[in-house]
Design a protein around this ligand. Structure first.
Ligand SMILES: *[C@@H]1O[C@H](CO)[C@@H](O)[C@H](O)[C@H]1NC(C)=O
Ligand SMILES: *[C@@H]1O[C@H](CO)[C@@H](O)[C@H](O)[C@H]1NC(C)=O
Ligand SMILES: *[C@@H]1O[C@H](CO)[C@@H](O)[C@H](O)[C@H]1NC(C)=O
Ligand SMILES: *[C@@H]1O[C@H](CO)[C@@H](O)[C@H](O)[C@H]1NC(C)=O
Length: 262
């Protein structure tokens, strides 16, 4: 019995808390952005200007509107705040892809509409397109790619699909690059590698030249040291063998009178 009444009491308390925290007056004001009542994705392109108009509906008094670019408040002119407000995103760039613009009701910031930009553009490829590698070294061809939607990537060699050798070729793909690694480069790896990006908008190709140079024979230091030692010893021996003549010459020079006597 005691347990039952206690749990009943707890339930009442819980209900009371719920009732107290329910919004006392549900806002009837509704927002629209460019006529839409829900968050949406705006498909656009680089260089385009987009204008977003936020408006309040079913309101009874002046309603102030706020605009945010991501988390940052957008500064609005005084005549562009009450009941309706427009922002213009001018000259959209590739970097604006994924950026959100949100309109909020100042009096109740839970009432809001977000627009996320989907900036579509054809593949743009870049990279170091001329590479020299020594035979037997490892080489990496990095094809940087920017594209929205993401492009399908493939490597060609000498104009046909590159046949990957399991032990020597590795392909790595991230959202921003497409890489081909070749271990222990051979002379036959020499040629033109094409990084090909296909998107629904366009197909783009970038050529990478790979030149495989002869393996440089490493200079053997032991041989050099040995040669030096031999040369040094030969010189010493030579000096030793001729020491008597050298000494004689010296004596001769010191005693010129003996020359005439001889
Ligand atoms: C405004 O309120 C009325 C009545 O509550 C509702 O029928 C109407 O859909 C609302 N307008 C908008 C734009 O939500
Ligand atoms: C905003 O809307 C309210 C309600 O419709 C209206 O009374 C008020 O005059 C409007 N204010 C402006 C600045 O348009
Ligand atoms: C962006 O637009 C492209 C082309 O219309 C589409 O393929 C892609 O799915 C869109 N991305 C998003 C996140 O909506
Ligand atoms: C690719 O082309 C280069 C240069 O024309 C040539 O040396 C190489 O052998 C070719 N490779 C293949 C696999 O055809």
């Amino acid at each position: 019995m005691a347990w039952e009444s206690r749990s009943l009491l707890q339930m009442c308390r819980f209900l009371l808390v719920v009732i107290l925290f329910l919004p006392s007056k549900t806002t009837s004001s509704v927002l629209t952005v460019n006529g839409k009542t829900e968050n949406y994705i705006l498909d656009t392109q680089p260089g385009v200007d987009e204008s977003l108009e936020c408006a309040v509906h079913n309101h009874t008094t002046d309603e102030e509107l706020l605009w945010y670019r991501e988390e940052g408040r957008v500064g609005l002119k005084s005549g562009n705040k009450i009941n309706s407000s427009s922002v213009c995103v001018s000259s959209i760039s590739e970097n604006d892809n994924g950026v959100s613009f949100t309109c909020k009701l100042q009096s109740d910031q839970t009432v809001s509409i977000s627009v996320v930009l989907n900036v579509t553009y054809p593949p743009f490829l870049s990279g170091n397109n001329f590479q020299t590698a020594e035979e037997d070294s490892d080489v990496k061809l990095v094809c940087n790619v920017k594209s929205n939607p993401q492009a399908q990537m493939i490597w060609h060699k000498n104009n046909s699909v590159l046949i990957l050798e399991k032990d020597r070729h590795t392909i790595q793909q991230t959202s921003e690059s497409f890489q081909l690694s070749i271990t222990k480069v051979k002379k036959s790896d020499h040629g033109t590698y094409s990084c090909i990006a296909s998107s629904p908008l366009k197909m783009e190709t970038m050529d990478f030249q790979l030149v495989v140079s002869d393996k440089r024979t490493p200079v053997p230091t032991e041989a050099i040291i040995a040669a030096c030692v031999v040369v040094f010893l030969t010189l010493c021996f030579g000096v030793f063998a001729r020491r008597e003549r050298i000494i004689k010459l010296c004596i001769k020079k010191r005693d010129p009178d003996r020359d005439t006597a001889l």
